[in-house]
Each structure stands twice: as C-alpha cells, then as structure tokens.
Design a protein around this ligand. Structure first.
Ligand SMILES: Nc1ncnc2c1ncn2[C@@H]1O[C@H](COP(=O)(O)OP(=O)(O)OP(=O)(O)O)[C@@H](O)[C@H]1O
Length: 266
C-alpha cells in the first residue's frame, strides 16, 4: 500500500532512497548472537510488519535501526545516509514496547506528548502551534480529556495510546512501533488503525513489530517474519491472513505454500 502525496510526487519521492535499508545485519546481546544477517527494507511510504515468535529478534532489529543496539556486521542506511553519518533523528518517531516505556516518570499526559514535539523544535520552547499539535495528537488517540492527568494514573492501554501520541506529534517521516496495539482494547485498536492509516496516506513510512495483524492488516505492504535472528520469509500479508484463518491446512491447495513454522498465531 505504498502511497505518495502530491508534495512528495513533486519531490520525486518514488526515486528517494528507502527510509530504512538494513543489509546483512548482525548483532549480539549478552555475548550471544541475536541478529544473524537480517535484511530489511522500508521504502518511502511503505508499511512493513516485523513478525515472528518470542525471542526471534524483532525488538532487537528495530533497536538496531534506532542505533540502540550496535551492529557487529552488515550495513544500515536511514533515508539513504549511512548510519554513522545520520543526524536527522527528528525524522523518526518511536513507540517502544510498553513494558520498557517511561514507567514511574512523574509527568502529565500533556508533558509526555510535548516531549515528542521538542526534538522537532530542536529543544526550543513550544509555541501555540506546537501546543495545538499536542492536543491534536491526543485527540487522534482519544486521550485529549486526560491531558492534565499524571501518566501514572493511566491504565496500561491508555499509557500506550499516550506513547503513540508522543510519536505522532513530531510528524515523523518514519514511524517505528514495537507492538503498538499491546494491551489496547479492540475499539481503541480500530481508532489507532484509523490514525495510522491517515499517517500512511500522508506518506509516512512505518516499521512495526506485531504479534497479530488485527485491524492493521489492510495497511501492511510487506510482512517480514524473523526466526532465530534471521529473516525466514517475506510475504504479502494476505498470505498471513490465510494462515491465521486456516491454521489447520484448510487453505485451498492451490494457494497453500509449504508449511512454515513461524510461531505466529499459535
Ligand atoms: N539485554 C539482553 N541481554 C541478553 N540477551 C537479550 C537481551 N535482550 C534480548 N535478548 C535476547 O535476544 C533475543 C531476541 O530478543 P528480542 O527482544 O529481539 O525478541 P523479540 O522477537 O522482540 O521477542 P518478543 O516477541 O518476546 O518481544 C532473545 O533470545 C532474548 O533473550
């Protein structure tokens, strides 16, 4: 579902280098190899889902893209710039896995989301336009009414929606999300899917870790399945949908590919 806006067409976005180009990436954690030659490309305006069993290396892959886990081998380019020379971090928005998100930080919902705007403002004080953007981002995730509340007073799913607003408020060109729907109820998953669809229509590139495609399925251009730190397969998400709906081999034979044990949907 690659889309280009009129402005981007004018800028020749179709020829622009991909938002993310990871080639042959290797990385180790605790002395153990965790990524073992991962290739991953997120083209401009593309939405790519990273899937796979627990421990297959999904979070490590996106943390490597963000520079939080150093590569021991391979290459990474962001928007066509080699990682070592990349400085435009304001072009990226990140929603971390919920369990690792700023728990225990004494801040209001508005302060947390405003922090997402600061990088875009290069840490100058926020103006009226920024404050309106903060409110708008909170409206997008249905949390505007909780603006003055301490984040500690939020439920897990509400906290997650605030972290998504924090990423959106920076109007990033590349949105990286680690299990953004974890702990979010079905109604709000639909709201978030709609919000993400609007971002994608504006030309935002998206890389997200998912355990289930859920309401995000229609947005996804490519699904990349990891297994033990390697890309096991890359597919059209329709095929994953078939596997999810026909887990016991009832996919029509003509469509059925060789059985692949991904750890998905089990
Ligand atoms: N800080 C760490 N030190 C040592 N090993 C780690 C560390 N973080 C992750 N690992 C290991 O790296 C491997 C990949 O972990 P990662 O978090 O990337 O998996 P994941 O696919 O995101 O899993 P999940 O679906 O459970 O979130 C796992 O075997 C994990 O135990």
């Amino acid at each position: 579902m690659t889309r280009t806006t009129a402005a981007q067409d004018g800028a020749g976005i179709a020829e622009a280098p991909p938002a993310v180009a990871l080639r042959g990436a290797t990385a180790a954690l605790g002395g153990r190899p965790v990524l073992r030659g991962v290739d991953l490309t997120v083209g401009r305006g593309e939405t790519v889902a990273l899937l796979g069993a627990n421990g297959s290396g999904k979070s490590t892959t996106i943390r490597a893209v963000l520079g939080q886990v150093p590569l021991t081998g391979g290459e990474l380019e962001l928007f066509g710039t080699p990682f070592a020379r990349f400085r435009d971090w304001h072009r990226l928005g990140y929603v971390p896995q919920r369990s690792t998100a700023a728990a225990g930080v004494p801040a209001t919902v508005r302060e947390v989301v405003s922090a997402g705007r600061l990088a875009r403002r290069r840490f100058r004080p926020l103006g009226r336009e920024d404050k309106a953007a903060v409110r708008h981002a909170l409206e997008l995730v249905g949390m505007a009414e909780r603006m003055r509340d301490p984040v500690e007073a939020l439920s897990g799913g509400q906290h997650q929606r605030v972290l998504i607003a924090r990423a959106l408020v920076a109007e990033p060109e590349l949105l990286i999300m680690d299990e953004p729907l974890a702990g979010v109820d079905v109604a709000n998953q639909e709201v978030l899917a709609d919000t993400l669809r609007q971002q994608v229509e504006r030309g935002t590139s998206v890389l997200l870790v998912l355990h289930e495609l859920g309401p995000l399925a229609p947005l996804i251009d490519h699904a990349v399945v990891l297994r033990e730190g390697q890309v096991e397969w890359v597919d059209n998400p329709d095929r994953l949908h078939d596997l999810a709906c026909h887990p016991h081999g009832s996919v029509p034979a003509a469509e059925a590919a060789p059985k692949i044990e991904t750890g998905l949907f089990s």
